[in-house]
Write a protein that binds this ligand. Structure first.
Ligand SMILES: *Cc1c(COP(=O)(O)O)cnc(C)c1O
Length: 405
C-alpha cells in the first residue's frame, strides 16, 4: 500500500477503512452525522480554525508534550532505549483533551450551544466538561448510576466544571446504557447540540475526526525524536481501548519503516469475559453504529469485558485499527493486569513517573520489547497520569515492594 496517499484514500467519503467503519444508525442520527461530516471537512481546512486550534494546544493544553528518554529503566533492561511521549502532561492529565478541544471548537464553529456525551470511568466526561468550560458551551454527560457511585471524584470534577451529569438507571446502569441514553438525548436535540464521542469509534465521521485531532501526538513525537536522536525509533507502541491515543500515535508513522504496535488489555487472561482484547480474540461485527472487530457473546451481542484499566474495557475497537490489522501495518499484542501493574510500579520507582493503568500496558510492552531488542529504541505513548488509579492500586497491591529489579 502507498501510505503517502493514505489520508486521501481513508476513510472513503462514506466513512470506510476497507470493510470497517460506516454509519449504522437510525436515519435521524445518520443525517446529523452527515451534517457534522460536511461541516468538519470544510471547517478543518480553514486557516482560522487551524490557527485557533494550534493556539489552544499551546496556551491552554501546554503542547507540545515532551518526549522523554527513560534512562534508568532502559539501563535496568540492558542496552535498549525506552522513550515516552508524555501525554500525561497534557492539561487535565491525559490525551483525551486533544480531541475534546477539537470537537468543542468544531461545535462552536457550527453554532452549537451544547455538548452531549456518555462516560464510563468518567475520564471522557471530565475532558469534555473541561472543553465546554473553555468555550462557554453547555455540557450534558450521561453516566450509569453504578459508575456514578464508583467514580465519585470524576463526577465531582465534572460538576465543578459546570457539566450536568445525567444518571442512567436502567439495565446494568453502566457504560452501554449510558451510550444509548446519550444517543437518545442527541436525537432529540441535534439542532442545538453536538454529540462528542470519547474515542476513534462510533459512526462516521467520529473515527476520522478523533484520529485527526489526536494526530498531534505522533506528529510532535516524530519531529522530537528525530531532533533528539537523528533517527526515527525502531518501534512505536500505545495502549488500545477504543484506540484514540494509539491512532494518534501511529498515523504520523504509517509511511515510515517503523514497527507500530497496539497493546490490548488481557485482564485476567484469555478466557471469555476476562479481558477486552477485541482485535486479538474478537471477530468482525457491528455495534454502536459501526463495523469493526468486536468481542461477542453467544447471541452475537457485546461480550462482557474486563481490564484493571477501566479506560480499556471496551468490547469493540475503532474501525481503522481493524483495517490496520488486516493489512498488517500494525501488530496487536496483549498485556495482562499483572504485567501492567508491574510496569506501573517500575516506571514510578525508576523514573518518577506514575502512569495511568491504561498507559502502563504500553510501558509493560515496551519493557518486554526492550529485552528482546538489545540496542533497539522504542517509543511508548504514556496516555495519562496515574493519580486516578493510586487508591485502587495501593489497596490491592501495596506500595510495590515486590515490583523491583
Ligand atoms: C481513555 C483512556 C485510554 C483509552 O482510550 P483510547 O481511545 O484507546 O486511547 C487510554 N489511556 C488513558 C489515560 C485514558 O484515559
Amino acid at each position: 500500500m502507498d501510505f503517502k496517499r493514505y489520508f486521501r484514500d481513508y476513510p472513503t467519503p462514506d466513512g470506510f477503512f476497507g470493510p470497517y467503519g460506516g454509519i449504522e444508525i437510525s436515519d435521524d442520527l445518520a443525517r446529523a452525522c452527515r451534517e457534522i461530516d460536511q461541516a468538519y471537512r470544510t471547517i478543518c481546512q480553514s486557516s482560522k480554525f487551524i490557527s485557533e486550534l494550534r493556539r489552544i494546544r499551546k496556551e491552554f493544553q501546554g503542547r507540545p508534550t515532551p518526549v522523554y528518554h527513560c534512562n534508568r529503566l532502559s539501563e535496568k533492561l540492558g542496552n535498549c532505549h525506552i522513550y515516552l511521549k508524555r501525554e500525561d502532561l497534557n492539561h487535565s492529565g491525559a490525551h483525551k483533551l486533544n480531541h475534546c478541544m477539537g470537537e468543542a471548537l468544531l461545535a462552536s464553529y457550527m453554532g452549537k450551544k451544547k455538548l452531549i456525551a456518555e462516560t464510563g470511568a468518567g475520564q471522557h466526561g471530565v475532558a469534555l466538561a473541561t472543553a465546554a468550560a473553555y468555550f462557554g458551551l453547555k455540557c450534558e454527560i450521561h453516566m450509569g448510576e453504578v459508575d456514578i457511585v464508583k467514580q465519585a471524584p470524576n463526577v465531582a470534577r465534572m460538576k465543578v466544571l459546570g457539566a450536568e451529569v445525567i444518571p442512567v438507571s436502567h439495565g446494568l446502569k453502566t457504560l452501554k446504557e449510558a451510550v444509548d441514553s446519550a444517543f437518545e438525548a442527541y436525537a432529540k436535540q441535534y439542532k442545538e447540540a453536538i454529540y462528542c464521542i470519547g474515542t476513534v469509534a462510533g459512526p462516521h465521521p467520529f473515527p476520522m475526526m478523533v484520529r485527526d485531532f489526536q494526530y498531534c501526538i505522533g506528529e510532535e513525537s516524530r519531529e522530537q525524536f528525530l531532533e533528539m536522536t537523528g533517527h526515527l525509533p525502531d518501534a512505536v507502541c500505545a495502549c488500545v481501548g477504543g484506540g484514540s491515543n494509539a491512532a494518534g500515535s501511529f498515523a504520523a508513522y504509517l509511511a515510515d519503516s517503523v514497527d507500530l504496535i497496539g497493546v490490548e488489555p488481557l485482564g485476567h487472561g484469555p478466557a471469555f469475559g476476562g479481558h477486552a482484547a477485541s482485535l486479538t480474540y474478537g471477530e468482525p461485527g457491528s455495534m454502536h453504529g459501526f463495523h469493526s472487530y468486536m468481542l461477542k457473546d453467544k447471541d452475537g451481542g457485546p461480550a462482557p469485558v474486563y481490564s484493571i484499566a477501566s479506560g480499556l474495557d471496551y468490547p469493540a475497537v475503532g474501525p481503522e485499527h481493524a483495517f490496520w490489522k488486516d493489512i498488517n501495518r500494525v501488530q496487536y499484542v496483549t498485556i495482562d493486569d499483572k504485567e501492567a501493574v508491574d510496569a506501573f510500579f517500575k516506571l514510578s520507582r525508576y523514573e518518577g513517573i506514575i502512569p495511568a493503568l491504561e498507559s502502563a500496558h504500553a510501558v509493560a510492552y515496551a519493557m518486554k520489547w526492550a529485552k528482546d531488542h538489545p540496542f533497539g529504541s522504542i517509543l511508548a505513548t504514556c496516555s495519562g497520569r496515574g493519580d486516578k488509579d493510586l487508591d485502587y492500586v495501593i489497596e490491592n497491591y501495596g506500595f510495590g515492594e515486590d515490583h523491583q529489579f
